[in-house]
Write a protein that binds this ligand. Structure first.
Ligand SMILES: Cc1cc2nc3c(=O)[nH]c(=O)nc-3n(C[C@H](O)[C@H](O)[C@H](O)COP(=O)(O)OP(=O)(O)OC[C@H]3O[C@@H](n4cnc5c(N)ncnc54)[C@H](O)[C@@H]3O)c2cc1C
Ligand SMILES: *[C@@H]1O[C@H](CO)[C@@H](O)[C@H](O)[C@H]1NC(C)=O
Ligand SMILES: *[C@@H]1O[C@H](CO)[C@@H](O)[C@H](O)[C@H]1NC(C)=O
Ligand SMILES: *[C@@H]1O[C@H](CO)[C@@H](O)[C@H](O)[C@H]1NC(C)=O
Ligand SMILES: *[C@@H]1O[C@H](CO)[C@@H](O)[C@H](O)[C@H]1NC(C)=O
Ligand SMILES: *[C@@H]1O[C@H](CO)[C@@H](O)[C@H](O)[C@H]1NC(C)=O
Ligand SMILES: *[C@@H]1O[C@H](CO)[C@@H](O)[C@H](O)[C@H]1NC(C)=O
Length: 558
């Protein structure tokens, strides 16, 4: 059946079969294929209605002309009404419900908060994820999926006029009996994960700021405090349980659907909805580590750029260490705020920090830390409710570029002087050699970064500001900064194509940046598991296989 059925469709007197109740765990039946069975591959004559019937949903049909003659709102009215019928009113919020505004205010960025879905579906369990994908197909009502809601731009995890699916109820955290893996639902934030794991003296490779979602961070990459020891989050997933376009639930691992496993290691929301991440556990007694913030004035900047470059370079000698440097201007004073962290207590005297320790900071909060509390503290400097963007690129590691990029940023900064509430920051991080080496394990990932590229610098502009009327000014400023940094890198042979999805801007073509071979491979895997392009067409938001979220050539696209 095509996305818009040619013969019949939709719905929508739906009811569940007599012995079950869709809101219960025993609701629509499991539709699980856990091995290499060809059942996971959607046949050309796949029948969406029949798939729903197979899950125990009683679908009665309407003539299609009734659907196509009406507005797309009618499609979503049918889809949302069906969800309400199946799961009850408490699971479906409309714009006049109090729960609707409570939900949308849970997005970090105001740009996403301002998007108005036709309804919000609070999926009670993983089978409800299968049902909502199939109902979207049956009605052609589009959808978006929210985990932690930290993606900053419109449509990333909230959809105008469609169904926004909340994963919040999929929040289980289960440590395996050998404590080697943890099964984590995508409704969790990293703070809740670390808090739950602390009594076991373990952690997982995840986000560094409390309210970031497990779902978005892990499907896009995932830089953790421990990534120079173990790699990125996406490279420490033992297996993914994922709902495909057909509603089938499969487990992707190095030995089960290995092509899908490869694609999910950084391919974003293009292949399915992950309903469980089985993450490798690491040892972290008591959650104990070391870290904090040091702030420097301009007289220290030359030494600071060198210290940043040195830690990236030295990373193979001490993978415990990690850092970011944020260059900004506060009240007319240029400042650099550096976050330094170490995977063990008392890390401050490690030799890798020698260059930093020789500099003079105006403030210093480095101290022994407990992981979960540390992520809470870092959340305080990232307030909710403002217009926000992250927007970045990658260059090959080179100290001269660390010096130059910040000069380019400060020279361009006056363009934002009249923007109400603007707080532009240029942030450096390292993609260190140990991280790149870990990307190659278990069959590799699709990001297109190889050991021969050497260490890289991830450079992004983060900004918040007050008014939509200033969006164009902000994006033009960022475009100017990124174009100049890219040109400077190209001029000395240090350009690199990779754009990190999790810091990608709304006009950036992230999948293209993975390289033409990997992009073609990702498209062929999507063709195999999602032949009707459900995750491209009916879930139009975020970084799609063939385009930036918003295509506009006047802004930096990569
Ligand atoms: C304050 C702040 C701190 C950050 N810190 C870090 C950091 O330490 N390390 C790092 O690497 N990144 C970091 N990021 C970037 C962060 O990883 C991305 O913003 C990420 O997309 C957030 O994930 P989320 O689940 O909160 O977002 P959401 O907006 O909920 O999701 C982002 C995208 O992922 C999709 N998605 C979510 N869950 C699933 C799923 N289960 N299956 C399929 N698709 C899914 C969504 O549909 C959406 O398209 C930070 C961002 C902010 C704003
Ligand atoms: C799809 O399945 C439904 C329910 O079994 C059935 O009524 C319909 O005829 C099928 N459609 C096609 C095109 O086979
Ligand atoms: C399905 O719904 C229709 C319409 O409400 C009803 O007539 C029929 O009995 C239902 N079938 C089952 C198996 O419950
Ligand atoms: C079915 O779910 C509803 C909530 O929508 C609940 O009130 C009802 O008790 C459930 N029925 C059974 C038989 O469990
Ligand atoms: C799945 O298929 C791949 C090759 O396509 C094979 O290497 C792997 O062993 C299979 N896994 C299972 C569980 O059969
Ligand atoms: C900024 O400068 C003004 C005037 O010099 C001063 O009153 C204000 O407190 C400063 N704000 C901050 C955040 O330092
Ligand atoms: C920005 O918004 C604030 C209120 O949100 C308003 O007072 C101000 O005039 C706006 N500024 C511009 C330039 O639009």
């Amino acid at each position: 059946m095509l996305l818009v059925s040619s013969c019949l469709v939709a719905a929508l007197a739906l009811s569940v079969n007599a012995q079950s109740n869709a809101t219960d765990a025993g609701g629509p039946a499991d539709y699980i294929v856990s091995t290499n069975s060809t059942d996971a591959i959607e046949p050309p004559d796949f029948n969406v209605t029949q798939a729903l019937v197979d899950m125990g949903v009683n679908v009665s049909a309407l003539p299609v002309d009734q659907l196509v003659k009406r507005s797309s709102n009618f499609a979503c009215q049918l889809a949302c009404g069906s969800l309400q019928f199946l799961y009850g009113g408490s699971k479906v919020e409309y714009s006049n419900d109090a729960g609707y505004d409570t939900f949308t205010s849970g997005y970090w960025s105001q740009i996403q908060e301002n998007v108005n879905p036709y309804c919000i579906f609070k999926a009670p369990d993983k089978n409800a994820i299968s049902v909502v994908v199939l109902l979207s197909r049956l009605t052609s009502c589009p959808f978006a999926v929210k985990s932690g809601g930290h993606a900053a731009f419109q449509g990333a995890s909230n959809i105008e006029g469609g169904i926004t699916v909340s994963l919040a109820a999929l929040n289980s955290i289960q440590v395996s009996s050998d404590k080697k893996t943890v099964a984590i639902g995508p409704g969790n934030t990293w703070n809740s994960v670390y808090t739950a794991l602390q009594p076991y003296n373990i952690a997982v490779i995840g986000g560094r700021v409390a309210p970031i979602g497990v779902g978005g961070l892990t499907t896009g990459g995932g830089i953790s405090f421990f990534s120079s020891l173990y790699g990125w989050a996406c490279d420490n997933v033992a297996s993914y349980d994922v709902v495909l376009a057909s509603g089938a639930q499969v487990t992707a691992s190095p030995t089960s659907f290995p092509d899908l496993y490869w694609a999910l290691r950084g391919g974003g929301n293009n292949f399915g909805i992950v309903v469980n991440f089985n993450l490798n556990a690491i040892s972290l007694p008591g959650g104990q580590m070391w870290g904090g913030d040091r702030v420097y004035l301009e007289d220290q900047f030359p030494g600071l750029a060198a210290a940043f470059a040195g830690v990236v370079e030295d990373s193979p000698n001490d993978g415990n260490a990690g850092q970011w440097v944020a260059w900004l201007e506060s009240n007319g004073t240029k400042l650099a705020a550096t976050e330094l962290y170490y995977a063990q207590p008392n890390g401050g005297s490690a030799a890798i920090w020698n260059n930093y320790n020789a500099l003079t900071a105006i403030s210093d909060t480095t101290q022994n830390r407990v992981l979960a509390a540390y992520t809470q503290e870092l959340a305080q400097s990232n307030p909710y409710g403002l217009r926000e963007t992250y927007y970045g690129l990658t260059v090959k590691a080179d100290e001269s570029l660390a010096v130059l990029a910040k000069d380019i940023f400060y020279q361009a900064l006056p363009a934002t002087a009249n923007v109400a509430g603007a707080n532009p920051v240029l942030i450096y991080q390292g993609i260190t050699l140990p991280m790149i080496e870990a990307m190659q394990k278990n069959g590799g990932n699709p990001l297109g970064i190889s050991v021969s590229d050497g260490p890289l610098y991830l450079i992004h502009v983060a900004c918040w500001w007050d008014n939509a009327s200033d969006d164009a000014t902000i994006y033009a400023f960022i475009t100017n900064v990124l174009n100049q940094i890219k040109a400077a890198a190209t001029a000395i042979g240090k350009q690199n194509d990779y754009i990190y999805m999790n810091y990608g801007g709304v006009y950036e073509d992230v999948i293209k940046s993975y390289g033409s071979t990997n992009k073609a491979q990702l498209k062929s895997i999507a063709q195999k598991y999602d032949p009707q392009q459900v995750f491209q067409i009916l879930q139009p938001g975020y970084f799609k296989l063939d385009r930036a979220p918003v295509v506009d050539s006047s802004y930096f696209s990569g």
